[in-house]
Design a protein around this ligand. Sequence first.
Ligand SMILES: [Zn+2]
Length: 337
Amino acid sequence: MWQIIGQGRAVSLLQQSLKAGRLAHAYLLVGPQHVGKMTLAIKLAQALNCEAEEKPCLECTACKKIAAGIHADVRVVGLAQNADESESKVIGIDQIKDIQHAASLPPFEGKHKVFIVDGAELMSTEAANCLLKTLEEPEAKVTFILLTTNDRLLLPTVVSRCQRLELAPLPIKEEAEALAAGGKIAPERARLLAGLSHGCPGWALAASQDESALQHRNDEIDRIAGVLKDDITGRFDYAGQLAAGFTKDRGAVYETLERWRDYWRDLLLVKLGSETTVTNIDRKQELTDTAGSYNMTQLKDFIESIGRTADMLRQNVNTRLALEVLMLDIPIKGGGA
Ligand SMILES: [Zn+2]
């Protein structure tokens, strides 16, 4: 009934608690972006309000309203909801006070109130302390679900008040099979999307419906392959462009570095004779051709170098310099087998 890709352990735990009437007052769902945290939270909210025997049925009025985001008793709080202060980088105390007030009132149209805090690590300290008070005095028929990619950034007192559920990325094979199971995505494409999503089906499902995500990825891989053929001037130009982009959109640059890492990991996998496990499965021939130019040590060293660069950028070093050093670290072709 839950129709979630993967996360069988978390789902069955919630199902059992639901059946036994022993749900926690607050849950903390921890996992990488797009792994399915929001999907699971919504399904739990549906299960708590569903009107059918088998919950969540996904068919009744309550289930449908919750899915559409228009159920009065289910609310999502996060940065996106902070419409007045679109520049804001935190979930502020006013947002938490707002849901606290709503939590003190009985359910309006359903059976159970659910408050989902998306990106809980982005709560200001003030906001987190305010939420803590509510978590310490739980009300009947109210459930809080906190979603985070990194629970170490949350107040330990908040974490200790929640039941923690970890959502890990799926094995690529399992994700690919699940994506193809509906019959809408061809197996080969499902395998590609599963690999590129790193086991987080949310990205794969979005990309399966939006061609531009794959196109963007294709352009980036072409760029990476192009840089390898460039001389140092071309490589430094590329570093300069990335550095300029970093001031506007840090996330996009980290994503580009992930693509670099994937590409070089793939070269290493091909070198090890493990072609079927590469991420960029649609580029097997290109990878095989390129891998022949480098030896194992070169590949391993450069993969480390990419990781180091990403770490340095997170520590606010001189971005351009860090990226230029990465360009200088690209191994020289002809390292051979
Ligand atoms: Zn239902």
